[in-house]
Design a protein around this ligand. Structure first.
Ligand code: AQP
Length: 323
């Protein structure tokens, strides 16, 4: 059983990425699982080469610092497989219709109102399908915004197999259960996001403890004045309770019973977040100071992923008539 999941180096890793994804990957991973920094996808919108390189490195360090063991799971950077992915993406683009790509709601949302849209923004769901199918992933954890892309990957796998012969595993999407959406502290109606830039409502994994405390101190609450878990009426308080719950391993209802004022809630959340992030932040900084080790892990991961992918790519090239 292969689980495949990735993170895009479009900005600094935040608390939502950590609680909603990276920590989960670190706590349960097996030899067949694959975790990768999705740097090619980060090029679908205008990007800065130096920042892309630095973010990719930082995210690789965070995956390791969080506890993903590269001697167990395969940890790699997407672009290290650009030759294989480029080839498979072409085969899949020749399996996908323009209408299917053009129907993706994320493309419509992200391209709307833009004077200039990169063609890769339209075609990247096919690259995502190539990521998934190249590695024979069985399970792909996806947020709600990615379910349509996963469905496309399934469609392309089935169509390719039916047209040319069985080559690809048809992947299953799995929705994460807990802390699925950490919200912005300054605006709890939207999710915490990398693309918010240097927002006061986003806690970055590498924020120093006093910055974390300050951001939580300024988190938006409400005028109700009671600490209750009621996401509809008290979204800001509910978000803080969900964060506290995710950090301390209890339910948000239980967390609500442990504090009796907004000030006490914020103090408890600040302590819990600082303690949760501290070891990962410290280890990430150590790893970033050791470029040789990071490069070694990156090379080994790339080799392992490439070795694993090649037989499937060869089979695909063969059945379509290119070999
Ligand atoms: N706010 C969040 N709460 C819980 N989980 C989250 N994830 C992202 N935001 C939250 C999960 O983190 C993993 C990696 O995300 P990604 O790199 O694919 O980026 P994204 O989902 O597009 O969200 P970001 O990080 O906030 O970036 P932007 O600003 O570009 O939207 C995924 O498993 C994701 O579900």
């Amino acid at each position: 059983m292969t689980l495949l999941s990735g993170i895009q180096p479009t900005g600094a890793i935040h608390l939502g990425n950590y609680l909603g994804a990276v920590r989960r990957w670190a706590t349960a991973h097996g030899r067949d699982d694959m975790f990768f920094v999705v740097d090619l996808h980060a090029m679908t919108v205008p990007h800065h080469p130096g920042r892309l390189r630095a973010r990719t490195r930082e995210q690789l360090a965070v995956l390791l610092a969080a506890g993903i063991d590269p001697d167990v799971a395969c940890v790699f950077v997407q672009s290290d497989l650009v030759d294989q992915l480029g080839a498979l993406t072409w085969l899949l683009e020749s399996t996908c219709t323009f209408g299917e790509a053009n129907r993706m709601t994320q493309f419509k949302e992200k391209s709307e109102g833009q004077a200039s849209v990169r063609l890769s923004l339209l075609t990247y769901p096919v690259l995502m399908a190539a990521d998934i199918l190249l590695h024979g992933a069985d399970e792909v954890p996806v947020g709600e915004d990615q379910t349509q892309h996963l469905e496309l990957a399934r469609t392309l796998a089935r169509r390719f197999n039916n047209t040319y012969g069985e080559v690809f595993t048809v992947p299953r999407g799995v929705l994460p259960q807990v802390a699925a959406r950490v919200r912005d502290l300054a605006d709890p109606t939207r999710k915490m996001a990398k693309s918010s830039g240097d927002s006061p409502g986003t806690i970055y994994l590498l924020d120093p403890p006093d910055t974390v405390r300050r951001k939580i101190q300024r988190a938006v609450t409400d005028t109700v004045g009671e600490v209750r878990y009621d996401p509809e009426r008290q979204p800001g308080v509910a978000n803080l309770l969900e964060i506290l719950a995710a950090c301390t391993g209890v339910s948000p209802y239980t967390a609500a019973g442990t504090v009796d004022s907004y000030a006490a809630l914020k103090a408890a959340v600040a302590d819990a977040v600082v303690e949760t992030l501290r070891p990962v932040r410290e280890r990430t900084v150590e790893l970033l100071d050791d470029p040789a080790e990071l490069d070694r892990v990156r090379r080994a991961g790339a080799e392992r992923a490439r070795r694993r992918a090649q037989p499937r790519l060869d089979a695909a090239l063969e059945v379509v008539g290119l070999r």
